[in-house]
Design a protein around this ligand. Structure first.
Ligand code: HEC
Ligand code: HEC
Length: 340
C-alpha cells in the first residue's frame, strides 16, 4: 500500500517537472533563423533567401575564399585577379557582443580568436544587417553607393566590381554568395532575449501589430544593424604623437594582424613588409610627412586603383582603427626601427 503511494507520488512529481520543463523549453524558437522571425513580425523586412540550398552555400563559400568556383554547367572564372573577399573581410564574429563596434574591442576579440584585424566589416551576421557602406563611403564610391546601401545583393555587386577591382557577378554566383550568407546568419537564440520575449515570439500570431513592432524593435536593438564608417583626415604633423603616446605591444598586434595580412611576402601588393629594422626605418623616415609612406597618411586614405595598377589599399575608417591604435602602431615601429 505505502509502496504504491510513494510510487504514485514520484510519478506525479516527475510528470509535473516534465510539463514544467516542456512549457519553458525555448530551444525550438531559439534555433529559428533571425530574418525569418523578423519577417514574421514585419513582412517588409528583406529576406531574399527563404531556405538555404546547402550546395549553393558551399559554392558561395568557395567563391568568397578562393575567388572562383564551378557550379553545374558553369565553369568558374576569377572574380578578381588581385583579391579574394577574405583579404579584406573576415567570416567570423569580431566583437565580444553583437552590438559592439569599437576598434579596441575588435582588436582584443580578433586577437583572442586568431583572426586578422581588417579594414572592412566581417561577413558574420551580414545577412541580418540593414544598411551597407554607411556614412562616409559615399565620399569614396559616390553615386554607386546609393544603390548598394539598402540591399545586400547590390552591396555584394559593388564590392565584387569596385572594392575587389574585379567584375560584376553572374546571377548564379550572386545567388551562391547569398546562400552562404543565409547559411551563416544569426539565430533568434543568439540575441539574449528575455524568456518573456521568446515566449511572445512563439505565439507571435496572437500579437497585435504594435506588439509585433515593439518586439521587432527590441530584437533589432540587440544586434548591429549597420557598421558606421567615419573617414578621418591624416593627422596634422603638429598633433602627431610620434610614438610617445602609444603602446608598442598593442601596436605589434596591429602590425602583425593587419598590415602583414596583406604585405607579408608581398601577398597582394608589390610592397613586401616584415618585422625587420629596415622596413621600420622606412616608415620612421616618412613619419612626419603626408606621403603614402607615412603611417598617419596611408591608414586614413589607403591608395586608389589606377589604370594598369588595380591593386589598391583600402583605408581604415575611425571605427576600424582609432587614432590611439594608430599611435600604438607608430610606437611599435619606432621600437623596431631602434630610434634613439
Ligand atoms: C580590397 C578589399 C576588399 C575586397 C577584396 C572585398 N571587399 Fe567588400 N568591402 C570592403 C570595404 C572597405 C567595405 C566597406 C564597408 C565595410 O565593410 O565596413 C566593403 C563592404 C562590403 C559589403 C558591405 C558591408 C557592410 O556592412 O557595409 C559587402 C556585402 C561586401 N563588401 C562584399 C564583398 C564580397 C562578396 C567580396 C568578394 C567578392 C568583397 N566584398 C571583397 C573591402 C573589400
Ligand atoms: C587588404 C590588404 C592590405 C592591408 C590590410 C594593408 N595594406 Fe598596405 N597596401 C595594400 C595594397 C594592395 C597597396 C598598393 C600597393 C601596390 O600597388 O601594390 C598597399 C600600399 C601600401 C603602402 C604604400 C606603398 C607605396 O608605394 O606608396 C604602404 C606604406 C602600406 N600599404 C602600408 C600598410 C600598413 C602600415 C598597413 C597596416 C596598417 C597596411 N598597409 C595594410 C594592401 C594592404
Amino acid at each position: 500500500m505505502w509502496k504504491k503511494i510513494v510510487a504514485g507520488t514520484v510519478l506525479l512529481l516527475i510528470s509535473g517537472l516534465w510539463a514544467f520543463v516542456k512549457k519553458h523549453d525555448t530551444s525550438k524558437i531559439s534555433a529559428i533563423s533571425l530574418s525569418n522571425m523578423e519577417q514574421k513580425l514585419d513582412a517588409r523586412v528583406r529576406n531574399p533567401i527563404k531556405e538555404v540550398d546547402a550546395e549553393l552555400a558551399q559554392v558561395g563559400y568557395t567563391l568568397i575564399t578562393e575567388g572562383k568556383a564551378n557550379y553545374k554547367e558553369h565553369k568558374g572564372k576569377l572574380i578578381s585577379s588581385y583579391f579574394v573577399c577574405t583579404d579584406c573581410h573576415n567570416l567570423n564574429r569580431e566583437y565580444s557582443t553583437l552590438t559592439e563596434q569599437s576598434p579596441e574591442d575588435k582588436l582584443k576579440y580578433t586577437t583572442q580568436n586568431n583572426l586578422p584585424f581588417l579594414p572592412a566589416s566581417s561577413f558574420y551576421g551580414i545577412y541580418n544587417r540593414k544598411q551597407f557602406y554607411t556614412k562616409d563611403y559615399v565620399k569614396k564610391y559616390g553615386e554607386l553607393v546609393n544603390d548598394a546601401r539598402d540591399t545586400l545583393e547590390n552591396a555584394v555587386q559593388l564590392c565584387a566590381k569596385y572594392c575587389s577591382s574585379g567584375r560584376y557577378l553572374e546571377d548564379w554566383e550572386l545567388s551562391a554568395i547569398l546562400h552562404y550568407y543565409k547559411s551563416t546568419e544569426l539565430k533568434v537564440g543568439d540575441l539574449n532575449l528575455t524568456h518573456k520575449e521568446l515566449t511572445a515570439l512563439e505565439h507571435h500570431d496572437a500579437l497585435s501589430t504594435s506588439e509585433k513592432e515593439e518586439l521587432k524593435k527590441s530584437m533589432q536593438s540587440k544586434f548591429t544593424q549597420a557598421y558606421i564608417a567615419t573617414f578621418l583626415p591624416a593627422m596634422d604633423v603638429n598633433k602627431r604623437g610620434y610614438g610617445a603616446k602609444g603602446d608598442a605591444e598593442n601596436g605589434k598586434l596591429i602590425y602583425e594582424n593587419s598590415c602583414l595580412h596583406c604585405h607579408d611576402n608581398a601577398r597582394v601588393t608589390y610592397l613586401d613588409l616584415d618585422k625587420s629594422k629596415l622596413d621600420a626605418q622606412m616608415f620612421w623616415k616618412n613619419i612626419d610627412n603626408y606621403t603614402d609612406k607615412s603611417l598617419y597618411q596611408i591608414i586614413r586614405y589607403g591608395t586608389y586603383p589606377i589604370a594598369g595598377r588595380k591593386q589598391y589599399m583600402p583605408l581604415y575608417p575611425e571605427e576600424k582603427m582609432s587614432n590611439q591604435q594608430l599611435e600604438d602602431l607608430v610606437a611599435y615601429i619606432k621600437q623596431l626601427a631602434e630610434v634613439k
